[in-house]
Design a protein around this ligand. Structure first.
Ligand SMILES: [Zn+2]
Length: 426
């Protein structure tokens, strides 16, 4: 949250509270000062509540709280400032002349400007303005059809180009997915054809979309997709269901990953602390862990960062960051904790290794079967199987005694059940 947003929030909350009578004993009795800073922390607590002040502190923004001498920065704050200063890239305006002031990472802005210049040279059209989405906030969850919460728009290496130009689109399916090739009319009616770049469409051409009417048979057209590719900007496939839903067609979307993973691209413009807080904006608690953990791991989020995003959730004696088993994120300390519990439960021979393997997968399935649960092979965070496994006690121990430190390998409580062979996943 920026200083400006905080200030707006403060002003808005102040106005709202001043306009309505106190609702409860915890509501402030006094009207807020015009400038919340005027009265310092005590005044802020009165007018905005303690939670608001706590939030300012948590965000490390002391400007609303400061009165008189600025306080000394903590070591943590200094480290964060240094981390921000050391980031290799930052957001810049794509085009100084764009009235919408859209931004992208300076890692890719030069290549995008080169693409724009070449398209303009050949077509007279300006793809440096009229954008749809460009960079999106990291923390936002999105309900919009066609938009993805783990989106490359969040990396600032993506643009949705102006859809309102007289585009001519051809179907260009590849690898079983739907893509489109984008054309704009050449500014010179007599332009020579150039293979792969300047084309006169043959009569039999079937257009996916013709935004240029009858001219399309008379003039030369420029392959804008080819120019984009030359500068490192590639399309993404249309999403399933694109035939019926316009927003899933994605023909306007270009991104320049530069060989990075999603996480590597984020880490160019955000500190680890900002990434953790940002992802927690859409992936929270057990539900977030189950929905996003493995996906984020596939997008390159390192395991130690995943562990910070998703603090352990404890059920009985078993605490987990993320799902364990088939398709789970399988963080090493999660796997070790599950293995220890399975050993206690008599479903696995020790020792716990922290590495997911066929024996552990089989033991998870066997434990699920013993609890009459579907043998999915995965333990989701805070699901009934997590609870059941957290409640397992070693044989002969009193229910109160914590089970953790006991080396379980030497005291097999029960003979292991017949091993179910792990079915390899596709
Ligand atoms: Zn897009």
């Amino acid at each position: 949250m920026t200083w400006q947003t905080l200030r707006r929030t403060a002003d808005r909350e102040g106005t709202a509270r001043a306009a309505s009578p106190p609702k409860s004993a915890t509501e402030p009795e006094t009207a807020p000062a015009a400038d919340p800073r005027a009265g310092g922390i005590l005044q802020l607590q009165r007018t905005h509540g303690n939670a608001f002040v706590q939030r300012l502190r948590a965000e490390g923004d002391d400007r609303l709280l400061r009165k008189g001498k600025p306080r000394e920065k903590t070591d943590e704050e200094k480290a964060e400032e240094a981390a921000q200063a050391a980031l290799p890239h930052r957001l810049v305006l794509i085009n100084e002349a764009d009235p919408a002031k859209k931004q992208m990472s300076d890692a890719v802005a030069p290549s995008y400007r080169d693409f724009v210049a070449e398209v303009k040279e050949l077509t007279g059209r300006d793809l440096g303005t009229g954008f749809g989405d460009t960079v999106r906030g990291l923390g936002g969850a999105t309900e919009k059809v066609g938009a993805d919460t783990v989106s490359w728009h969040k990396t600032a290496r993506t643009v949705d180009v102006n859809q309102d130009l007289p585009w001519v689109l051809l179907d260009a399916p590849a690898n079983g997915r739907q893509y489109f090739t984008l054309y704009l009319r050449h500014k010179d009616a007599d332009a020579e054809e150039q293979p792969g770049l300047v084309t006169r469409f043959p009569k039999e051409t079937k257009f996916y979309h013709n935004g240029d009417g009858g001219k399309v048979r008379k003039y030369p057209y420029v392959n804008v997709s080819a120019i984009a590719a030359k500068h490192g900007w590639t399309p993404i496939p249309a999403q399933p269901g694109w035939e019926k839903t316009y927003t899933k067609r994605e023909w306007w979307h270009f991104e320049n990953r530069g060989g990075n993973s999603w996480y590597q691209s984020l880490a160019e413009i955000y500190t680890e602390r900002q990434i953790v807080a940002g992802i927690q904006g859409f992936a929270k608690g057990a539900a977030g862990a189950n929905q996003y953990g493995a996906r984020l791991q596939r997008e390159g989020v390192p395991d130690d960062v995943l562990a910070k995003i998703f603090p352990k959730v404890k059920q009985g004696n078993l605490a987990l960051h993320l799902p364990v088993g088939e398709g789970g994120a399988n963080l090493a300390d999660d796997v070790a904790a599950v293995q220890e519990a399975l050993i206690l439960a008599g479903h696995l021979a020790g020792p716990a290794t922290g590495a997911m393997d066929p024996a552990t997968l089989a033991a998870i399935r066997a434990f699920q079967a013993s609890r009459k649960a579907a043998a999915s092979g995965v333990i989701a965070v805070a699901d009934p199987i997590h609870r059941a496994l957290g409640a397992v006690k070693p044989a002969g121990e009193s229910p109160k005694k914590p089970a953790a430190p006991k080396p379980p390998a030497k005291t097999p409580a029960a003979p292991p059940p017949p091993t179910v062979p792990a079915t390899p996943s596709p």
